[in-house]
Ligand binder design. Structure first.
Ligand code: ATP
Ligand code: MG
Ligand code: MG
Length: 577
């Protein structure tokens, strides 16, 4: 960064700018509050806040709220929360609407400089004047050459509500000869009857993105206006307007936008999914909005690490979603306490143990990390194992439990052999698997499985109302690719994007985890839940979902009224099988 590095600018303007900033880097993250932020925005946040931070500068969070039809209070709040969640503190929170008065005055100035005119063409007429679908020659409309005084009068009438929507616009008088469409007399103001979230019904006309963005950057003394590559052509119109008004001109830099596989990110598309009821709101954990990723239990550090990793490439490519999973796993591997759980419980009884058998088994909370402590669980005659770990008929290469086969029980240092299977006569379903515990020091088994003890006297497992296992929301890696998905992206929604397990059982050590977490962690309920990560051994990393109902027990400790658990990510890369 070179302060004053913008050579294309009048020395006096640069002088003023340097006085305002003290030569510091000033950036901004400028979302439009028309939806939730998504993982692509996390890249922009990291670029803008990160660049400022690296250069001891400042970064604004600026709501680009010039389109009242699409904006809602909820979006403003969720955007700020998402920025903070990623660990960034805006220097100031501003709104494009803060500057509506100043923007209006500059529009008047632009007309006076003969660089803008009020136009009454319809959208179709403007399109035709710009060469139409055939991309033919461009022609000026009759309003372009109207006298300055007439445009000034008409613009005042626009402001005062004389015109309805579509009846008048203010257009910048640019250069129709130029090959860049961003010079074809862009619209600066349009009439909108919608009241604004912040300015109410004070304004009947609203400035466009093309008019507003560069001017507000200028007002805020932004040094580096960073945006995605599709704004490359807008760079010239951005500079054109600053020069036309002779105001301080920031430098625009473009970077590659981030897209990821098997999902859609655009807020307009996300809104369709939310409004159509395809997902459980903007924060459904299958989406890649920042609140969804947060609800799913992904630590913000993983999102930042991912954003930084993809940040180095400017190529416009789609990033594999598994790259994010990699960062999630490597963080949670260090943090998540190991817990045994069975998603589809099958009852096991160890026939050669006494009824009240109970041995305390010690389990390290995190392997190879003694400072994370350990916890104990009971090993009893009655257990639950996962249906996936039992087969009525063993197949070659199958090393878990089956009649006549042995398997190891993790942590318990026990090997059991299946001796009999009890079935429900009516349904044919396996209701209980009878096993014996090997007492002679047995051969080391080929496989160890997780288990959950269940003894009336010593251990009652924690019952989960629901465990949510999320899969890709879209079947194709690029659902927007018309050749792969001729029916359009909405037809590519994966009917199996959510597997729900009801009645999963979790070891008693889970209660200790909740109590410890409760004692040591912030009181904010949502934060507490999302950061209460754990690994279900052999299944994946999990966290509590927001639908979990907790109350405070008589002992002041959290009591689970309804336990809803999200799988954050599996233990290994999903190969799509
Ligand atoms: P969308 O089209 O997905 O709704 P947008 O581009 O309209 O997003 P804005 O709220 O206008 O979103 O964007 C705020 C900032 O975030 C802009 O500077 C924009 O360039 C950047 N941004 C938006 N999407 C991405 C993305 N996928 N990758 C990187 N930066 C992005
Ligand atoms: Mg937008
Ligand atoms: Mg967009």
């Amino acid at each position: 960064h070179r302060p004053g590095g913008n050579k294309q600018i009048k020395p006096s303007l640069m002088q003023e700018h340097l006085e305002a900033t003290g030569g510091k880097v000033v950036t901004r993250f400028p979302p439009e509050p028309n939806g939730y932020l998504h993982i692509g925005h996390a890249k922009s946040i990291n670029v803008n806040f990160g660049y400022a931070k690296a250069h001891d500068g400042i970064c604004y969070l600026r709501y680009d709220d010039t389109n009242p039809e699409a904006e809602k209070e909820e979006y403003f709040v969720k955007i700020r929360e998402a920025v903070e969640w990623l660990g960034y503190t805006p220097y100031k929170i501003t709104y494009s609407s803060d500057y509506f008065g100043r923007l209006f005055d500059l529009a008047v100035e632009l007309i006076k400089r003969d660089k803008a005119y009020v136009c009454h063409c319809t959208g179709e007429q403007i399109h035709a004047h710009r060469g139409g679908d055939e991309k033919g020659p461009r022609t000026a409309c009759e309003h372009r050459t109207r006298p300055i005084s007439e445009s000034l009068e008409e613009f005042t009438k626009m402001r005062d509500g004389f015109y309805g929507e579509g009846e008048a616009t203010l257009r910048m008088k640019m250069n129709l000869e130029d090959g860049n469409p961003q010079f074809w007399d862009l619209i600066a103001y349009r009439v909108l009857d919608t009241p604004h979230h912040r300015t109410g019904s004070q304004w009947r006309i609203y400035p466009t993105y093309d008019y507003t963005h560069c001017l507000v950057d200028s007002f805020e003394n932004i040094t580096h206006s960073m945006c995605t590559l599709e704004f490359r052509q807008s760079r010239e119109s951005y500079y054109w307007l600053c020069d036309a008004l002779e105001v301080y001109k920031p430098v625009q830099w473009e970077f590659g936008r981030l897209d990821i596989t098997n999902t859609v990110l655009s807020k307009r598309k996300l809104l369709k999914l939310v409004e159509g009821g395809y997902v459980d709101g903007w924060d459904d954990p299958r989406l890649y909005t920042l609140p969804a990723i947060r609800r799913r239990g992904v630590p913000p550090e993983a999102v930042n690490a991912f954003a930084r990793e993809v940040g180095v490439t400017t190529a416009k490519s789609t990033t594999e979603v598994s790259k994010l999973d990699y960062h999630v796993r490597s963080l949670l591997n260090e943090r998540a306490r190991r817990i045994m759980a069975v998603l589809q419980p099958v009852r096991v009884v160890i026939t050669n143990l006494p009824e009240d058998h109970c041995v305390e088994v010690t389990v390290p909370n995190i392997p190879r990390k003694p400072e994370a402590g350990e916890h104990t669980i009971p090993f009893t005659k009655y257990l639950w194992i996962d249906a996936d770990d039992f087969k009525e008929t063993a197949t070659p290469g199958y090393f878990r439990l089956a009649p006549g086969k042995s398997v190891g029980l993790l942590h318990a240092n026990v090997v059991i052999t299946c001796t009999n299977v009890k079935k429900d006569e009516a349904t044919g379903r396996v209701v209980e698997v009878e096993c014996v515990m090997e007492t002679e020091s047995p051969r080391k088994p080929k496989a160890f499985i997780q288990w959950v003890a269940d003894s009336p006297a010593h251990a009652s497992p924690v019952r989960a109302a629901r465990v949510n296992i999320y899969n890709n929301l879209f079947m194709h890696s690029n659902p927007q690719d018309k050749s792969a998905v001729p029916g359009g992206w909405m037809t590519d929604i994966n009917p199996n994007s959510l597997d729900i397990y009801e009645g999963a059982l979790v070891e008693t050590g889970f209660r200790d985890l909740l109590n410890d977490w409760h004692a040591n962690q912030p009181k904010d309920r949502d934060l507490w839940m999302e950061t209460c990560h754990f690994q279900f051994v052999r299944i994946g990393f999990f966290c509590l979902d927001k639908h979990t109902r907790l109350s405070t027990g008589a002992d002041g400790k959290p009591q689970l009224d309804e336990l809803v658990i999200n799988r954050i990510v599996g233990l290994k890369e999903d190969t799509g099988k």
